[in-house]
Design a protein around this ligand. Sequence first.
Ligand SMILES: Cc1cc2nc3c(=O)[nH]c(=O)nc-3n(C[C@H](O)[C@H](O)[C@H](O)COP(=O)(O)O)c2cc1C
Length: 169
Amino acid sequence: MELSEVLLKRRSVRRFEEKAVSDDVIQKLLHAGMSGPSACNRTPWEFYVVKSAVKLKELKSVATFSKYEAPLAIVVCGNLSRALPVQLAEFWVQDCSAATENVLLAVTDLGLGAVWCGVYPQKRVVERVKKCLNLPEKHIPLNIIYIGYPKEEQPERDQYSEKRVHIIE
Ligand SMILES: Cc1cc2nc3c(=O)[nH]c(=O)nc-3n(C[C@H](O)[C@H](O)[C@H](O)COP(=O)(O)O)c2cc1C
């Protein structure tokens, strides 16, 4: 698929077929995620691949606005041990967001569907997800990406608005 097509086709999908996502496909998604840019190339990300039906069910109960049934979730975490020092540390959020968007675009390109469900900066949800997945102290979950073969079709959409463009010459 052309990149321009992938960009418009990427929509949030919240209903999935039961069909499992193969390890081969998961590898491609992780490669896409880790190809993203990061501040000073610190790559401060960790990807938790949740396949366990038990853990997927548990995740559903911890995050308020993301009670979706999917065969797979990737939880993108910032690794504070790899983050930049002091006030630059917060760049991990942007780094992990870029990685997440890369995963979503790869998902679309491979004919799957996904939804990005925000975790950080909701403190209580962060703590619940950490506990659920037994994450190390320094791994902070930014989001849960639910992934699977789509059971619903979202139309392509172009949100371009000239009004939101500000040209400074
Ligand atoms: C930071 C962030 C947090 C989000 N959290 C949720 C969420 O908790 N639950 C959900 O269903 N969708 C969530 N979404 C998906 C948005 O609702 C969705 O991207 C938006 O409505 C636009 O629709 P689209 O993805 O189809 O373009 C989130 C998206 C982002 C970027």
